[in-house]
Design a protein around this ligand. Structure first.
Ligand code: SF4
Length: 312
């Protein structure tokens, strides 16, 4: 098994850091499940308590509004004087750069890869990706343009048939997020691909907070439960759900009751907003929306929780 699949980044069995979980040598589904349980138990036992929250993964089922939430949260954090990086890891949806106000996409991080792994001979402006600790200042401007106080990184998109799977892009994301060293007032918001495949690949391993965006549907609430389960199994002890596109107080109450049954903590509610819908239709930033105000309140709440955790 290659380095990608070991949750601890061990190049081979019994290398330094190997916990003898058996994931790399599992040959049946049962063995794989047993090995995953060992990894889960180990990471849960090791999970960090308290500390700052600077790496935030925004997750959820497809179409729940992850990118919109990232856009609105990023803008709210800028207003709160944070230096905000947005990392677009979705290899399908093309429009996040537009809703953030950029007129073109950054140079994709996948250009740092050969087809399946990092280029053996990094050329030109590629050396930074191999640094053991990557600071924002190490990243060349072509990969991280700035607009309205926001910085944007993009892993890359699948553009052609037969281009291959997205494993190498997940590898770039995981490596970058784990080695990214942020200064005190920097926050990275990661727009995750839909679903839980990224958890299976261990992409969220080094994030501080997992937010699950939930729309009013059974699938979405079931997915939220799964995402929180996955986050806990990675040793991430800060996670919660934000209800999105909520059309009425009646639906909100039903969603809250269902998520409570599923033991998912709710961090806030964003009501359905036609202004956000229109902005999404036109592929432009949502301005002066009611949803934007609600996201701002939730963001402020998260910042307060984070600051309390740091000062405790
Ligand atoms: S046994 Fe587990 S920890 Fe060790 S190398 Fe294999 S996957 Fe990694």
């Amino acid at each position: 098994m290659g380095i990608f699949h070991c949750p601890f980044g061990c190049p081979f069995y019994e290398a330094e850091g190997c916990i003898d979980c058996g994931l790399c040598s599992a040959t049946t589904n049962e063995e794989m499940v047993e090995a995953s349980k060992k990894v889960r138990a180990y990471l849960k036992a090791q999970s960090r308590q308290g500390g700052s929250v600077q790496k935030i993964a925004v997750c959820g089922k497809g179409g729940v509004g992850k990118s919109t939430m990232v856009t609105l949260m990023a803008r709210a954090l800028v207003r709160l004087k944070y230096r905000v990086l947005v990392l677009d890891t979705d290899e399908s949806n093309p429009g996040l750069y537009r809703s953030l106000g950029f007129d073109k996409t950054p140079k994709p991080l996948k250009s740092l890869m050969s087809r399946f792994s990092y280029k053996e001979q990094p050329e030109g402006d590629s050396h930074w990706i191999m640094l053991p600790e990557i600071k924002v200042a190490d990243i060349p401007p072509a990969y991280i343009p700035t607009q309205n106080g926001l910085r944007l990184l993009m892993v890359g998109k699948i553009e052609e048939p037969f281009q291959g799977c997205a494993c190498s892009m997940a590898d770039v994301t995981r490596g970058l997020v784990s080695r990214l060293s942020l200064s005190e007032n920097e926050i990275i918001l990661i727009d995750m691909e839909a679903g839980v495949e990224s958890f299976g690949r261990g992409v969220e391993r080094s994030v501080d907070l997992v937010l699950s965006i939930v729309e009013p549907s059974f699938e979405s609430m079931a997915m939220a439960e799964k995402i929180i389960y996955m986050a806990e199994g990675m040793g991430i002890n800060r996670s919660g759900a934000i209800l999105n596109k909520v059309p009425s107080e009646n639906i909100k109450e039903k969603m809250m009751a269902e998520l409570e049954k599923r033991k998912v903590q709710i961090l806030g509610t964003i009501h359905f907003d036609t202004q956000v819908q229109e902005a999404g239709f036109e592929g432009r930033p949502p301005n002066n929306s009611k949803a934007g105000e609600e996201v701002e309140e939730i963001t402020q709440l998260l910042v307060n929780i984070v600051q309390r955790a740091v000062s405790d």
